[in-house]
Design a protein around this ligand. Structure first.
Ligand SMILES: [Zn+2]
Length: 114
C-alpha cells in the first residue's frame, strides 16, 4: 500500500527592517526545515527566543493550505523582543516525499476520522 505523503521544505531567514536589530541576529542567517528536522548550516546561530516564536507555524507551512488561510499568506514573523527590528521570513523551497510508516507506528486514518 502506498503510504507516501509530501511536505514542503522550508527556509527560515533573518531579514532586516528599518528598525535596528538588538538581538544577535544577522541578516541572511537561516535554517532549513525538512520533514521533522531543523537543519542549521555551519557558522550560523539562531536565537532560541526567536525560534520559539517561529516553531508553531512551521508544521502548517509544510502542508498544503486553503487559499484563504492566513497561514498561507503570512510568512514574515517578528522577533519576540519588542525592541528588535528583526523579522524572519518563511519560504517554501520545494517538496519532499515521506513515508507514513517511517514517521509513526499509528495506522493510516481513512476519511476524516480523528
Ligand atoms: Zn531580535
Amino acid at each position: 500500500m502506498d503510504d507516501k505523503f509530501t511536505l514542503y521544505n522550508l527556509k527560515v531567514e533573518v531579514v532586516s527592517t528599518d528598525i535596528p536589530m538588538v538581538c544577535r541576529h544577522k541578516e541572511g542567517d537561516y535554517f532549513l526545515v525538512i520533514g521533522e528536522d531543523l537543519i542549521f548550516p555551519e557558522n550560523n546561530s539562531f536565537s532560541m527566543y526567536a525560534l520559539s516564536a517561529i516553531l508553531p507555524l512551521l508544521p502548517a507551512k509544510q502542508r498544503p493550505l486553503h487559499a484563504n488561510d492566513w497561514m498561507l499568506s503570512d510568512s514574515v514573523i517578528a522577533c519576540p523582543d519588542p525592541n528588535c527590528g528583526a523579522k524572519f521570513k518563511i519560504s517554501r523551497i520545494g517538496t519532499q516525499e515521506f513515508s507514513h510508516a517511517d514517521c509513526t507506528i499509528e495506522p493510516i486514518q481513512k476519511g476524516d476520522k480523528q
